[in-house]
Design a protein around this ligand. Structure first.
Ligand code: CMP
Length: 137
């Protein structure tokens, strides 16, 4: 089942020079392709839309500060079961418990600065793609 998903390489990934490493892992999966890609520092309005479900949580404001602290790489990835697949490559939210071999497990230590975001369902993917790439059909 071909799908598309929204992936963000967070400011920590960009600052640490891990963009090539992470996109390389995604590109190496057979048949997955990049549908869109952009580097930019996100403004509050975009982040409020993206993280609407987390408003009021204790980590919300520090997350907003972190996510606007430097450029982010946004990409759309397309291919077979890519929603489940990119989340498997990323690993669980907490990098300390994420297994070795996953992006968070290999490179992260802090839950907030966990390198990568990937949509968690087809509905989220379509909502998030519209936020980051409104011109993409
Ligand atoms: P992600 O799952 O991409 O989207 C929500 C983000 O909030 C998550 O990645 C982390 O960056 C951050 N986050 C989630 N839970 C916590 C937490 N308990 N403490 C700090 N940051 C968190």
């Amino acid at each position: 089942m071909s799908q598309r998903t929204l992936v963000l390489l967070k400011p920590d990934a960009v600052r640490r020079g891990l963009v090539g490493e992470i996109i390389g892992r995604i590109e190496k999966k057979a048949g997955w392709t990049l549908g869109a890609l952009e580097l930019r520092t996100l403004d509050r309005e975009v982040l409020e839309q993206h993280y609407a479900e987390h408003v009021g949580k204790p980590f919300y404001e520090p997350l907003m500060t972190f996510m606007s602290s430097g450029p982010v790489v946004s990409l759309v990835v397309e291919g077979e079961r890519v929603i489940e697949g990119v989340r498997a490559l990323a690993g669980p939210t907490d990098p300390i418990t994420a297994p070795s071999g996953s992006i968070r497990g290999d490179f992260g230590t802090i839950t907030r600065e966990n390198l990568i975001h990937a949509s968690d369902s087809e509905e989220s993917a379509e909502r998030e793609i519209k936020i980051f790439f409104p011109g993409l059909s």
